[in-house]
Design a protein around this ligand. Structure first.
Ligand code: OGA
Ligand code: NI
Length: 359
């Protein structure tokens, strides 16, 4: 008879072997597996929720044309950030050709010879260029069906491009330049949307670090049992996401999972936990996830604008100008060090925000 702890030990061994293969989920698919390993299978409770949105296209994350009338854009962003924590943007100034090339570059990286990928496979979070499968592989209940290539582009000193993988080097440099400019534009709009002067958030220089996390979701032989990315909130200020045309991203809206339909040429923008803190809960960091799919690979590129991990004693907290006798601070101030602890405690996608709350 096999007892529970033996099953767990066997599963741990499988996870370890998977990690040590350094070839990620794509490596499993390349072997031609028809059944996914047990450690990817979601809990029965979670499995029940895994389906496309019931709402179809009737309920949609707001889509905002940045070339629209200025006050209208600001109002739409305000509404989106209060209700959804998510919106899509069009006419944002980033050439579609660069967006396309970036997706192709990430495909090339993942589809090149395994040996080159293995060289940078690592769980060392301080490495500025890192390939791995599953950020929390050993601690999580079930693994995500995706592999991720992470670049710490600025912390705030820029990454030397020669450190980037050759197959996507030039396009990554170009793409990052554009996305950072877009980030500046968005911070100006978000400042106005929350009722501050346009340069307020930029002047604070809070989101000075840019982390590019590129995800590769291989086609899954049993998508009904697994998940591409388990539900989570982003621990960033702001996330600028580029997704290809496959779909699978969902956001939680009034307790329903709503599909974020891929729109050609659009970016998906979402408020992260840090923005929720500085906005004193006016703008929401919302749970989202990615379904696994028979079709693939799916590629997405997330640019997290976040704190600079080098500035260990810098403090972050609700913006003074947003506070009054009626609007008392909901969060305590935190240092970068507190933030790192909270980030690492996230483990299984549970937001640590409640630990930072005052009431
Ligand atoms: C993330 C994320 C969504 C996607 O990387 O934090 O939510 O569509 N990605 O890949
Ligand atoms: Ni996310």
């Amino acid at each position: 008879m096999v007892n529970g702890s033996e099953i767990i030990a066997k599963q741990d061994e499988e996870v370890k072997a998977f990690d040590e293969s350094k070839t990620g989920v794509k490596g499993l698919v390349d072997k031609g597996i028809l059944k996914i390993p047990k450690f990817f299978i979601q809990s029965p409770d979670e499995l029940e929720t895994l389906k496309k949105s019931d709402m179809g296209l009737t309920l949609q994350v707001p889509v905002i044309d940045l070339q629209g009338e200025h006050q209208r854009v600001v109002d739409d962003i305000k509404n989106a950030c209060e209700k959804w924590g998510f919106f899509q943007i069009l006419n944002h100034g980033v050439p579609i050709s660069i967006m396309d090339e970036m997706i192709k570059g990430i495909r090339r990286f993942n589809e090149q010879d395994d040996e080159i990928k293995k060289e940078i496979y690592s769980r060392d979070l301080s490495k500025r260029v890192r390939f791995s499968s599953n950020f929390v592989l050993y601690q999580s209940k079930a693994a995500n069906w995706r592999d991720t290539l992470t670049f710490l582009m600025s912390t705030p000193d820029p990454l030397n491009p020669t450190e980037l993988p050759e197959v996507c080097r030039d396009v990554t440099v170009e793409y990052t330049k554009h996305v950072k400019t877009l980030g500046d534009t968005l911070f100006e709009l978000l400042s106005e949307a929350i009722g501050l002067k346009p340069d307020h958030l930029k002047r604070l220089e809070w989101a000075e670090s840019c982390v590019l996390a590129s995800n590769y979701y291989p086609a899954c032989p049993q998508p009904e049992l697994a998940i591409g990315a388990a539900k989570h909130r982003d621990p960033s200020f702001l996330t600028i996401l580029l997704q290809d045309n496959i779909g699978g991203l969902q956001v939680l809206y009034q307790d329903e999972w709503v599909d974020v339909e891929p729109i050609l040429g659009a970016f998906v923008i979402n408020i992260g936990d840090l923005f929720q803190i500085i906005s004193n809960d006016r703008f929401k960091s919302i749970e989202h996830r990615v379904l696994a799919n028979h079709i693939g690979p799916r590629v997405s590129i997330a640019c997290f604008l976040t704190v600079c991990l080098n500035r260990i004693m810098k403090t972050y907290g609700p913006i003074k100008e947003l506070l009054s006798d009626e609007d008392i601070p909901v969060y305590r101030n935190i240092t970068t060090k507190d933030y790192i602890e909270y980030f690492n405690s996230q483990g299984d996608g549970k937001s640590g925000l409640s630990t930072l709350r005052l009431q």
